[in-house]
Write a protein that binds this ligand. Structure first.
Ligand code: CA
Length: 382
């Protein structure tokens, strides 16, 4: 009897659930948005992240919230997707906030500030260090809300037709470079220009520019830059990491059901992790391929790095006098960065410096001796 009444109750519960589920679903409206990406389809780590967000949002809302992703230039020019989102031409966009430093230099904090945070530290700042709140005040002025939505990790310093052996070699160098880094390099004589991905190769090929940075091996290989400028430098001191943002027009955001807002916010957080993982997984093989195709790998000389750091710090003080948003965010961010750098020097960087060499010191010494002997033999044979 007891068992039967339990089953009856269970049956009633299942029936009630079966009735309730479609009733809830019917309350959810059908929403169709357009998202403008700043990136072309052939850069699948970047463009694919926007598609990943749209796909997940659709899955989580059982297909009721659909976002159609448009590639660079399809709906609006690649570096104007934020303007289009602000104006409501599109509901949302996927871009790098630092493309908009011409509006306000503080947009750089949303992507990368030269000598700034690595990807882990950027996430720490955005999610737990006051970064999201700091950026929201800036974004509000442009009628948008923003969510972290992808990171490239530390970038390369790009492709050069000629070697960079000293600071003097930068003088007069026409270079494609994004964000605040152009303003830093301008202090060292570089003539910077910020052009979208699709224009980099032809500009280098016809000599309109002498050098160009984009992201790192995986993307750069796809852009084919090694064919027109063979010296490939590292590290990209202007992008210890580079974060992308998913911007939504604030009115459109407010109109969304809470469930859809949660779906979108979750999809962005997921994309933020997946994009970085994809670059980390794909870059080693791409770098090997680039070197196989003739790319000449070079480290930026330390004096060049030091001159750039000095110029960057000068620029930051100048920007504090020009932009209240920069001043406000920079003061908070700088303290956070100092703490992060100190902490990362303890465990992270000690671990990295030891483990990344991959072999014990005794084996490295043996390897070096072998290489020296080989070099001497080659010298004697000549
Ligand atoms: Ca870059």
């Amino acid at each position: 009897m007891k068992r039967r009444s339990f089953l009856t109750k269970l049956g009633a519960g299942v029936a009630a659930g079966a009735v309730a589920a479609p009733a809830i679903a019917q309350q959810q409206p059908s929403v169709q948005w357009r998202m403008a990406s700043s990136f072309p389809k052939n850069l699948d780590a970047l463009f694919g992240t926007a598609e990943q967000i749209a796909r997940r949002v659709s899955e989580v809302t059982e297909g009721r919230f659909q976002i159609r992703v448009a590639a660079a230039g399809e709906l609006v020019p690649p570096l104007q997707v934020l303007d289009a989102t602000q104006a409501g031409t599109v509901e949302c966009c996927h871009t790098a906030p630092y493309y908009y430093v011409g509006k306000d230099p503080a947009f750089a904090f949303g992507t990368a500030v030269p000598f700034g945070l690595n990807a882990r530290q950027q996430n720490a700042w955005k999610y737990f260090g006051g970064g999201n709140e700091a950026m929201a005040l800036l974004y509000k002025e442009y009628g948008v809300v923003g969510f972290s939505a992808g990171n490239t990790g530390t970038q390369m310093a790009g492709w050069y037709r000629k070697e960079i052996k000293s600071v003097a070699d930068l003088k007069g160098l026409k270079m494609r470079i994004a964000g605040l880094a152009g303003q830093v390099l301008a202090k060292l004589g570089v003539v910077p220009t910020q052009i979208p991905a699709g224009e980099i190769y032809p500009s280098l090929e016809r000599g309109a520019i002498d050098a160009a940075e984009w992201v790192g091996p995986y993307d750069d290989e796809r852009l084919g830059l090694y064919k027109v400028a063979k010296f490939y430098y590292y590290p990209g001191w202007w992008e210890g990491s580079a974060e992308l943002t998913f911007f939504v027009n604030e009115k459109k955001w407010a109109e969304l059901p809470k469930h859809y807002q949660a779906a979108l916010e979750g999809a962005c957080a997921e994309a933020n992790a997946l994009m970085l993982a994809k670059y980390d997984a794909r870059n080693p093989e791409a770098l090997r391929k680039l070197i196989g195709d003739g790319a000449q790998l070079r480290a930026l000389p330390r004096p060049v790095m030091e001159a750039a750091l000095k110029a960057a710090n000068e620029l930051y003080d100048e920007l504090s006098a020009k932009s209240p948003h920069w001043k406000r965010i920079y003061e908070q961010w700088r303290k956070f960065r100092a703490d992060q750098f100190l902490w990362f020097r303890v465990a992270e960087s000690s671990y990295d410096n030891f483990a990344f060499t991959g072999v014990p010191a005794s084996e490295r010494a043996a390897g070096a001796a072998k290489a020296a002997a080989k070099g001497a033999a080659k010298g004697a044979a000549r």
